[in-house]
Design a protein around this ligand. Structure first.
Ligand code: ZN
Length: 274
């Protein structure tokens, strides 16, 4: 006898009571067809078995909202599919694993018609549960898996997206003696890891020019970041500079005297906190 054709194998694997005595006899005698049949059976069991939802918790509406937003889905599917049909007791009944009630055909019918009939029978088997939860409907798990793939793809995209600038620390700048300028400063980390200090004052009170400094808490050490000609400026922080050692942001009034040292006249000052 020739090997079983794929249709025969599929029907035998799909329906335990499929009447094909010659085919079943062949399965007992032919290891090759038996192996194909076993592989198909595993697939059928995997698809037919409704996952044990009794141990799954129903996610809150924010989960669907997140999926909806991440995938940019349309208004028609904005509503949480789980919220529409609250979970029922006994929802985990593995009805789908039960053989279809009308699974003993007396004659051969086309495969699509046969499967359609099986689905109808299965629905009857479910009894009064016409409004089965989405997790019990055929295809729901496939759709869920597809959605999960998209979510994972979105997560990968998010991880591969260039990191956005983020704020590392900030300081309120308050005026020192004889001055009234106030403002703020913040340290921002760029995508490449470089840091910059953004300084903003509400006015420029320098008689000479403003210079921006990072200074040690005891004022014993200081680093000049540069000149600020207007009321705001952005300054590169030297790579490797430990900001915890130089947390004080200082804007000084520097005379045009060619002396690179701090004039000791500070306009505004504040300490960075992260
Ligand atoms: Zn065979």
């Amino acid at each position: 006898m020739p090997h079983l054709d794929p249709d025969q194998l599929s029907l035998l694997a799909l329906y335990d009571d499929w009447e094909d005595p010659a085919g079943r006899e062949h399965l007992l005698a032919c290891p090759q067809c038996a192996a194909d049949y076993a592989a198909l059976r595993r697939t059928v069991e995997a698809v037919k078995t409704t996952p044990d939802t009794s141990r799954l918790s129903v996610p809150g509406p924010q989960v669907w909202a997140g999926i909806h937003q991440e995938l940019g889905l349309g208004e028609s599917v904005r509503e949480d599919p789980l919220a529409a049909e609250p979970r029922k007791e006994g929802g985990a009944t593995p009805a789908a694993t039960a053989p279809p009630g009308d699974a003993a055909p007396s004659n051969l019918v086309s495969v699509p018609a046969r499967i359609k009939g099986a689905r109808t029978g299965s629905a009857r088997t479910n009894g009064g549960r016409a409004k089965a939860g989405w997790w019990q409907r055929p295809g729901a798990w496939l759709a869920t898996a597809a959605a999960a793939v998209l979510v994972v793809a979105g997560a990968v995209w998010t991880l591969n997206r260039p990191p956005q600038p983020r704020e590392l620390a900030e300081a309120q700048l308050t005026p020192l003696a004889q001055h009234s300028a106030a403002g703020s400063a913040k340290v921002v980390s760029a995508a490449d890891g470089s840091r910059s200090l953004e300084v903003s004052l509400d006015k420029d009170e320098a008689k000479g020019y403003q210079e921006v400094w990072l200074i040690a808490p005891d004022l014993s050490k200081l680093v000049s970041l540069g000149v600020m000609n207007s009321t705001s400026g952005t300054f590169q922080v030297p790579a490797g500079l430990d900001l915890s050692q130089y947390p004080v942001v200082d804007v000084s009034d520097e005379p045009m005297d060619g002396n690179p040292a701090h004039s000791t006249v500070s306009i505004a000052r504040g300490t960075l906190t992260s």
